[in-house]
Structures are given as C-alpha cells and as structure tokens.
Write a protein that binds this ligand. Structure first.
Ligand code: UTP
Length: 594
C-alpha cells in the first residue's frame, strides 16, 4: 500500500506506515479514489493521530499491549497464581462509638489538607438516564442534585477549617459527560464553588479491538469504534495534567476519590480520613460487609512468599481464588452471613506524596487489562469488539513494601448507596436478594443517614414501614435532610440536637451551621424546614410541629409512562409534594428563637 497516496502529511504518513507494518491494512483497504470522500478520510486520519497523541504509549503501543493481553487471556493465565488471601489491615467503623468519634475529629482536622476527586465519565448505561448522572436529584423533597450535594459537602469542609480555603475539586469527565457537566456548573454558578478550585480533566476513549490479532475495529469505512477506557484514567490524567504534583506543592496530603451517584459518601469521609492519618495508610479503601456472590470485589491481602499486596479481587476471581486456597467451599457466608473479605465500594483515600512518585514512575498508566467475551470456549472470536480497560482501585498493584494499604469498614447504607439501575432491573435485583441501587433506594438511604444522625444525637426516631414502589423497597420516612452546612460529623450533630422525637412520614430539613433543636417533636406527616445563612443562630426549643408536611405520591401508570413526567421522577416512581410544611428562612445574621 502506497502511504503517500493516503495522505500528504508527513506525520500522518509515518503513523500510517507504522500501522501497516503492525498488520492494520484493513483500516485503509477499499479507500475511495482520490477526490472522493476526502473529508471523511481526513477525519479518520485525524482520529488516528489524536489517539496516538492522547494515549501515553501511542496507538502502536496500545495495539501491542492488546495483543499481549489477549494472548495471556487465551492461555488462561491466572494473575493470582500462588497467592494466598489474608485479611487486610482493617479498621471496623460499622458502629458509632468513641473510636468513631476520635477518627471523625482527626479527619475533620485534616480537611485543610484534602482534595476531592470525582470520577464522572461513565456512560450510565444501566440507568439509561438521558442526562448526566451528576444532574439527577439525590432526593425529590427539595430536588438537590448529586453535583449540588457534593459541592455543599466541599463548602461545609471549608467552613470547618482553621484557615478556610477552597477544597480542590477535580472532576473527570468524558466525551459522554463533559459538555453537560460544564453546562451544569455554569448554569448553577458552580453551586457556590470558586472557579479556581474546580479542575476538569477529560478522559479520552480508546479504540476497540476486533479480534485476537489486535485488529482495530471499524464501525464503518473511515470510522473507528471507540470505547471508554475505565475510571483508572484518572491516574493518568492527574499525572499528565501536572495536577497531582501541583496539589502536593500546595500542601494537600490526601486525595479522596468519589463516584458520580453516591449521596452517602461524605457521611463516612471524615472518619475514613482520620483512619488514613492515624494509621498512616497510603491507600485506604472504604469497605462494607460483603454478601457472598454479590457483584462487588473483595478486599484482601494477597501473600506469596515474601511478596504481599492488598488489592481488590474482582468478584468473578474471588470464588476461584478462595477455592484454590483458604476456603475449598468458595465464597460462602460466615456466621454473620457475610463473605470472608470486605466488599470494595471504590471510595479511595490516597496519600499524595507516594502517589505522585508512583505517577512519575508509571505515567499513571495503571494495570490495564482486557476482558473479551468469546463466542465459545475455543476463544477464537469475540461476541463484540473489546478494548483495554483500567480501574482506579488497581493502583496498589504498583506499591512496594514501603506503601501501606488498609481498609476502613463502614455500615453499607451509611457510606454507599448508588443510583445505577433502571426501575425494571432494580426490581429484578431486589427480587433476587441483591441491593437494587436505584433512584428510589438511593433516596431512601439518603433519608436513612439523616435518621441515623438524629438517633446518634439521642432523638427518638420511629421509622415508617418500608413499602414497595414499582417492586423496589422504599422507606417513606422520616425524611431527614441534615445538609452538609449543618454538620460534617456526628459530634456536630450531637452538639446541636438534643431530645425530641420524629416519626412516620415526618420531614426535617436543617440547612445552616448554627441551628439548635431542643426537645422538638415531629410526628408524621409534619414537616419542619429551617434554613439559616452564615451568622444566623436559630434555636428551636420544646416545640411540637403539627402540619400536613410533605406527601409521597406514587406516579400513576400513565404518569410513569409519559415523557411529560420529569425523567428524574420516572426513575423512582413517585414524587413528593408540599402540603403545608413549616418553612423558616433566616437570611440576615442575628439571634432567633422559635
Ligand atoms: P460505574 O460502574 O457506575 O459505570 O462507574 P458507568 O459507566 O458509570 O455505568 P454503566 O456501567 O454504564 O451503567 C463507576 C464510576 O466510575 C465513573 C462513573 O462515572 C462512576 O462515577 N467512570 C466509569 C468514569 O469516570 N469513567 C469510565 O470510563 C467509567
């Protein structure tokens, strides 16, 4: 094939010549004669050049790696061969006790040296929401989106610092989410965050591979199939942007990695941060008690001779590993019904100093792998094109004996409740005994965390009975929203709330740093909403609130199926309507009593 006929550009010529040498002739076969379809050809050449620039090892490096990994998959190589799983170095934070308070206080004192990294480049295919997941309201009493909630958490961290400064906020987007994420931030004045604290890093897709020979897959003539490379790209981008090193220079010591739809995560971050600091963990994974067989990786310390590493073992690899080593029966429940190893929820706290060194060494290209689905056991053809992937939790594969990896275990619903599945799949998951992880369960758990905080402060909390809405469990109350501005730790909740009771479908919303409740009674469906600006100190004493509050209204079949109903309601099956909640807003500093 004559490269000069394909392009006049010398750089393009070089790349095409290399691709031809690497067996990629099919990309340029059947090209139209010169003068025909020149625009499409130019766009195709530019897409090859773009990938070649964006991928750290270049396009040829990518293809070579894909071939190597594919041959290893065919050989059936076991990455854990010879390793024996042991319990990781873990701290149990499933109970609110004195240790919990100590870790929270320590974590809170470390907010000044912490940055938050949000990976939000995922397609969200399972949820099938038409917008970005970050724009979905985490609750529909006041309709606050995930992005707004995360921003409020960062602002709350800032106001708890000795010398307040904005918490750096790094958001990873992709071609699928970038424009809408930027638009959402702009349309909402960045939810009160400062422009200079937000750093958006866009991940690039990678080309799909069609077969075991590593041929790049074409969607049509002059068009590659591109696929997401996975959330592990965040490491590469934090390196290539220079941001990780820059944050270290600014005095940041820990990065907290969070995901797009986990409204619970900031409940656990202060204590987890305290664990990272006290235990000196370079890599601290939030873990939960894992149900055997569930599609959640297990966190284990893998030991082989004098080598050891604490890693997330993907759920499909865990059972065979256990059978081959410590548990011939496989991934079976213990006396409490849990799997032997804690489950990974992929909330990670990474110490910046060793991280920057590892990024320099690896350029942030972390443990890529390939996971082709073959048509049969001969492993000759794929069901559909595959690609290299990378997962952010695999970073400890690059750790040596000096880096310390640990796990902080929390009550699952306190630290993790994602909105990943559409209503039909969520109902099916519930029927099968798995967490539904839907819009409704995420919202239900969001209120639950509020109830847990009230109960920890000694308020009497009587929950309403769980219902099924579209086959998905939902506890309709009390709906408690203690906004991040109100409290970042249990200790703060305790210092502001004492006595009182709340029951049934009552609602309590507190937004503001200086709101104090003493012996407040809220029988369902009564609702009390207090919003106080900075400097407004509001005390509510010996008050029984009685009104018609907010009502949970299930969508009719017609509403459920109508595109006139907002999509964020249809992904949960209900709306919440104000029937006369008591709402108090204090927009001027001062002392107020109710
Ligand atoms: P999920 O496992 O929820 O995957 O990602 P997803 O792609 O968003 O959703 P499905 O699988 O298509 O239904 C976990 C987190 O990682 C981010 C997601 O945005 C989410 O916060 N992610 C995932 C990325 O940032 N980039 C990726 O390439 C993949």
């Amino acid at each position: 094939m004559d490269v000069e006929k394909l392009t006049a550009d010398p750089a393009e010529q070089r790349l095409i010549a290399e691709l031809l040498q690497a067996g990629q002739e099919h990309l340029f076969a059947d090209w139209d004669p010169p003068g025909t379809n020149e625009e499409a050809k130019a766009a195709f050449r530019e897409s090859l050049m773009h990938i070649n620039r964006a991928y750290p090892d270049g396009l040829l490096g990518y293809i070579a790696k894909a071939r190597k990994f594919l041959s290893e998959v065919r050989e059936g190589e076991n990455p854990f061969e010879g390793f024996e799983p042991h319990q990781p170095d873990k701290v149990d934070l499933t109970r609110f006790d004195a240790d919990y308070d100590r870790y929270e206080a320590l974590g809170k004192s470390h907010f000044e040296k912490t940055a938050v990294v949000l990976v939000a480049g995922g397609l969200g295919e399972r949820l099938g929401y038409s917008g970005i997941k970050l724009d979905i309201p985490v609750e529909v009493t006041e309709t606050v989106s995930y992005l707004a909630h995360y921003a409020a958490c960062l602002k709350a961290m800032e106001t708890r610092m000795n010398t307040p400064h904005p918490v750096p906020f790094i958001i990873m987007t992709s071609a699928d989410t970038h424009a809408k994420t930027v638009a959402s931030l702009e349309a909402n004045s960045r939810f009160g965050l400062k422009e200079e604290q937000i750093h958006i890093l866009k991940q690039e897709p990678v080309p799909a591979i069609a077969d075991n020979d590593g041929h790049l897959a074409l969607k049509e003539k002059y068009k590659l199939i591109l696929k997401p490379h996975g959330h592990g790209d965040i490491h590469m981008l934090l390196h290539s942007s220079g941001l990780a090193a820059e944050l270290e220079k600014q005095g940041i010591e820990h990065l907290v990695f969070i995901q797009d739809t986990n409204g619970q995560v900031f409940n656990a971050i202060p204590a987890a941060l305290g664990v990272s600091v006290e235990k000196g963990f370079d890599f601290n994974s939030l873990g939960v008690n894992r149900i055997p067989g569930e599609a959640v990786g297990g966190l284990a310390r893998l030991v082989k001779g004098d080598r050891e590493m604490t890693l997330n073992v993907e759920y499909h690899q865990l059972d065979p590993l256990l059978r081959a080593t410590v548990s011939p029966e496989g991934d079976v429940p213990d006396e409490q019904g849990f799997s032997m190893f804690p489950g990974n929820i992929n909330v990670l706290l990474i110490r910046l100093a060793p991280y920057v060194k590892i990024l320099e060494r690896t350029r942030g290209v972390i443990a890529e792998f390939i996971n082709p689905k073959y048509t049969d056991e001969t492993k000759t053809t794929f069901k559909k094109p595959t690609r290299l992937e990378t997962l952010m939790q695999d970073l400890p594969k690059f750790f040596g004996p000096d880096e310390k990896v640990g796990v902080s275990i929390f009550d699952r619903k306190w630290c993790f409740s994602a909105n990943k599945n559409n209503v039909a799949d969520a109902a099916a998951k519930h029927a099968a005994g798995s967490p539904p992880e839907s819009g409704a369960t995420a919202e239900s758990d969001f209120y639950l965390a509020g109830r847990m905080k009230l109960a920890a402060a000694g308020m009497e909390v009587t929950p309403a009975e769980e219902q099924l809405i579209l086959g998905i469990p939902f506890t309709p109350g009390p709906r408690v929203l203690l906004r991040p501005s109100f409290a970042t730790t249990l200790d703060e909740v305790r210092s502001k709330i004492s006595g009182g009771s709340i029951s049934g479908e009552a609602t309590l919303i507190l937004d503001g740093k200086d709101i104090f409740l003493e012996n407040v009674e809220l029988p369902g469906p009564s609702a009390l909403v207090i919003k106080a600006c900075d400097g407004a100190r509001v005390t509510v004493k010996n008050l029984k609130v009685e009104n018609d509050g907010f009502e949970l209204v299930k969508l009719t079949d017609e509403e459920q199926n109508s595109t006139a109903t907002p999509e964020y309601l249809r992904i949960r099956g209900y709306r919440i309507e104000n029937r006369g909640a008591a709402v108090y807003e204090f927009n001027e500093p001062g002392e107020y009593t109710l």
